[in-house]
Design a protein around this ligand. Structure first.
Ligand SMILES: Nc1ncnc2c1ncn2[C@@H]1O[C@H](COP(=O)(O)OP(=O)(O)O)[C@@H](O)[C@H]1O
Ligand SMILES: [Mg+2]
Length: 256
């Protein structure tokens, strides 16, 4: 039987006179890959910001595993098991790939971020474990051979995968990916689907994916929600969404 992990109920977000997200409702089931598509400015990233507590909702309700998370701070939501990546990559450019992952891991360790990353006394044995775990995560995203390279020196596609490794270090159950294919080269894009599936299976994740590549979304997602001007205009399996008249008019019809 399916189990609702995240329930979004009549969620609304206003920025002054602009309604970025307008009474949007949907539920994400455990174990699915849930796609979120729509034209630029449709409100997709804002929806992720609402779910992760970065932006307060104007109205509506957000429930995760039965708990109201609507008023929680970002770190409290992360601790509940929701992790994300950003459309505009947010890595620590001057820290190495490994250190970027370790900063996230220290949410789950006792000695804290500063002691951990800079190897202060009292944190050594925990430190070794954390380093090894970080290397395993970097192997998972194919960056282990460059663990000591500063994040800002990676090409975009690699930075996207490093962000995923960093999100995984939080040990989430729900992973929100905001345009993971943006900036990837054609080879990386071609393997993105398999990569996401692999990560999902290895970490037993539920995934919500924002992505502009329609064939990728159609091939990868179990269900798809379509936003247009902040409103949910369609929700269903890929075939149903692809043939939905409102979707074709608003979005898919514009595709070359
Ligand atoms: N912090 C903000 N302040 C004001 N307007 C915002 C803010 N964030 C997003 N918006 C506006 O909200 C709308 C939705 O943006 P966004 O969620 O980024 O869309 P998408 O990710 O679907 O492209 C856009 O019109 C955008 O300009
Ligand atoms: Mg966006």
């Amino acid at each position: 039987m399916s189990e609702t992990l995240l329930d979004v109920h009549k969620l609304t977000c206003r920025f002054g006179g602009l309604i970025a997200v307008n009474e949007v409702s949907f539920a994400v089931q455990r174990d699915e890959i849930f796609g979120l598509i729509g034209p630029n400015g449709a409100g997709k990233t804002t929806l992720f910001n609402l779910i992760t507590g970065l932006t307060p909702a104007t109205s509506g309700r957000l429930t995760y595993r039965g708990d109201d998370i609507g008023r929680l701070k970002p770190h409290q939501i992360a601790a509940k098991g929701i992790a994300r990546t950003f459309q505009n990559i947010r890595l620590f450019g001057n820290l190495s790939a490994q250190q970027n992952v370790m900063v996230s891991q220290h949410v789950h360790t006792r000695s804290g971020v500063v002691a951990g990353v800079f190897g202060l006394p009292g944190a050594r044995s925990e430190e070794r474990m954390v380093r090894e775990e970080a290397m395993q995560l970097l192997e998972m995203v194919n960056l282990a051979d460059r663990a000591h390279v500063k994040a800002r020196n990676f090409p975009y596609g690699d930075q996207r995968r490093l962000e995923i490794a960093r999100a995984l270090a939080l040990k989430p159950q729900l992973l929100l990916l905001d345009e993971p294919g943006a900036g990837m080269n054609p080879n990386e894009k071609a393997s993105l689907s398999a990569f996401i599936r692999d990560v999902k299976d290895k970490f037993k994740l539920t995934i919500v994916l924002i992505e502009h590549n329609v064939p990728l979304v159609m091939g990868l997602c179990d269900r798809i929600a379509v936003l247009n001007f902040g409103e949910l205009i369609a929700l269903g399996n890929p075939a149903a969404v692809q043939n939905d008249r409102a979707v074709i008019e608003a979005y898919l019809g514009d595709e070359p």
